[in-house]
Design a binder for this molecule. Sequence first.
Ligand code: MN
Length: 339
Amino acid sequence: MFKLCMNSQKKGTQRNSDTDTSANVIVKAASGEPPIQNPRLLDCEALSKKTVQDIMLKPRPHWVGDGFHVLPVFNRKAFTRDTSPFLMFDYGAPKQFNPTKGKLGVGQHPHRGFETVTIAWQGEVEHGDHLGNRDVIHAGDVQWMTAGRGIVHEEYHSREFAKTGGKFEMCQLWVNLPKKHKMDPPRYQPITSSSIPTVALPGNAGYVRVIAGCYGEAIGPSMTFSPIDMWEVRLNKSGACADLVFPEGHNTIIFVRQGAASVGASQEQLSEQDVALMGEVGRQVPVRALADDTMLLVLSGQPFDEPIAHRGPFVMNTSKELQQASEDYSSRKNGFGNR
Ligand code: MN
């Protein structure tokens, strides 16, 4: 599956669709391509269901800089094997900001050894780094940034958004890099909303937006260093269901961004902004909305059995490597320099 997804990055394989409501689930192809039939993945009844391993309730928010009011979703499990290959998850729930001439956000800071995935749902995140990269992540877009050996950047509300103010909703996930890729050169993937395929669920239940990995025939545009599925799942009405299927041995996490849902074999209930760790055992996760307009963020991936050494903005495998990262950053070398 990983190979399939990596191969999918060639032009022309990204498929867009609207939310077709037919039971056959037709994925509408990009113009010029035939529509793609997208039947149900597998016989779900035959697959073992995952059970909830742990639930973390909606945590208290805190400020990151002066622009991002976020919930530390992974809470006590951040940077542990239990969330691998994901490290950390900050969710900024919808919040009203007044117009300002100021620059709200986080000033210059470094990263090494992992990737940051920023999803903007409402409002715009602007980003600039020491290599001269600069970009705006618009509502609906995703930025998949590989910090690799070093990025020094700042992140803030876009100037346009700051001027007008409004509702702001975003998240940032930290995704670990395998040991052999921690010192790779930095890379940006600006993933626009229109490049993210959307697959309708049968019976007008809702849709799945595939940011990374695969759902049925739909392939997400993000390139990843390890096999990862990242999906947004919308369930239109209370009672709407979906059976989500994952590769063997993958670690699955389900976050309720909006609404409420029951998840897993024993249908445990999650309220808004709770998260369930579904673990690695089993292939299938039944989800059922307990409120209208339920939105889930589904994270799943092959966990890695490599030590995690974390300090501040650096995530390496050993404390010696953390020390090296601090030294390199303070002397602006080995990835933190201007070239
Ligand atoms: Mn950052």
